[in-house]
Write a protein that binds this ligand. Structure first.
Ligand SMILES: Cc1cc2nc3c(=O)[nH]c(=O)nc-3n(C[C@H](O)[C@H](O)[C@H](O)COP(=O)(O)O)c2cc1C
Length: 305
């Protein structure tokens, strides 16, 4: 069997989770490809055909309780399924709150109309790439849980099991309001500025922008266009912290999360969220407990089979 994960990732979290799922599917004899798409590959339709695979997946980060506009547009132009085709959805977000579950509604109905059998969706908790930086202990905990979660997901995929999220209808309101990100992105993106004293004109932001929204001006400095989707890639990866994120500047998270380094650093205890956690992070406990339960069930069924 062959699978493809069409992945959009702003700052790398969703790409990393997609790779986890690929590793787990490969282990289960499903030869899996992760294809990262951006505006160019969407516009020029330069992506592998879903009909060359038995299973397809869509992977994306949640923006304002929704899927990024580009991802919904990508699904809209995807070829119809020829024959029976299983489909699953991978989403990552900074918090585990249920309104996030609605983010796949548009794409799920589009995929079904195109003949795909949407079997499974998994919501992976990953560090925020906007607003504030998560502490190292929590980042490590999220990484470890995401790996386990990917194994559970791969297991369900090969067993053809269905797992769809059904949030409370009240959350629909928040999800609808979140669509403002689609309009807000281009407006907010226009407020981005280059700090000329820090910018070395390395052009990394221009090369990296998934919307091809940054171009080199006559003065050699990057200039921002009108198609920003506020994925924060340019901001997070600027090696000189030379981008002022306009009205979002107070929410900027500088520098990538050092996942691999944290993983081998034994002084970082991946037990940030635990029985005694209070306040904002308490909701995270429920999410981790749920994965622990699923892991136990999976182990049980493995033993019984
Ligand atoms: C513009 C924007 C809006 C976001 N909105 C939400 C949100 O509504 N809920 C949430 O849990 N996380 C939200 N996040 C956090 C991202 O979903 C999260 O950090 C994700 O893992 C980023 O994935 P990526 O690295 O693949 O881009 C938002 C991030 C950005 C940049």
């Amino acid at each position: 069997m062959k699978a493809i994960i069409y992945c959009f990732s702003g700052t790398g979290n969703t790409k990393m989770v997609s790779e986890f799922v690929k590793t787990e599917l490969d282990k289960r004899d499903v030869e899996t490809t992760v294809f990262s798409f951006d505006y160019e590959s969407y516009k020029k339709r330069t992506y592998p055909s879903p009909n060359d695979f038995d299973i397809i997946a869509i992977a994306y980060p949640i923006y304002g309780f929704n899927a990024p506009h580009l991802v919904n547009r990508f699904v809209k132009v995807l070829e119809k399924a020829k024959g029976e085709k299983q489909c699953f959805i991978i989403k990552t977000s900074g918090e585990p709150f249920a309104p996030n579950h609605y983010s796949s509604s548009i794409m799920k109905s589009r995929l079904r109309r195109k003949g795909y059998r949407v079997m499974e969706e998994k919501h992976y908790l990953m560090p925020y790439n906007i607003m504030f930086r998560y502490p190292d202990e929590l980042v490590k905990q999220m990484y470890i849980y995401a790996e386990s979660h990917a194994a559970i997901m791969a297991d369900k995929i090969v067993k053809n099991e269905t797992y769809l999220l059904h949030p409370h209808p009240l959350y629909y309101l928040l999800y609808t309001l979140g669509k403002l990100v689609w309009i807000g992105g281009p407006i907010i993106g226009k407020t981005y500025r280059i700090k000329k004293k820090k910018c070395t004109k390395c052009t990394l932001c221009i090369k990296n922008c998934p919307m091809s929204n940054i171009r080199e001006g006559k003065d050699g400095y990057p200039h921002f266009g009108c198609h920003c989707m506020i994925c924060m890639r340019c901001v997070m990866y600027c090696p000189h912290d030379a981008i002022n994120a306009g009205i979002l500047n107070a929410w900027k998270v500088n520098g990538a999360y050092p996942f691999k380094k944290l993983l081998i650093d034994e002084s970082v205890n991946p037990n940030y969220v635990n029985e005694s956690t209070k306040g904002y992070f308490k909701a995270f406990k429920k999410y981790f407990d749920c994965i622990d339960r699923e892991l136990k069930d999976a182990e049980l069924s493995l033993k019984n089979s």
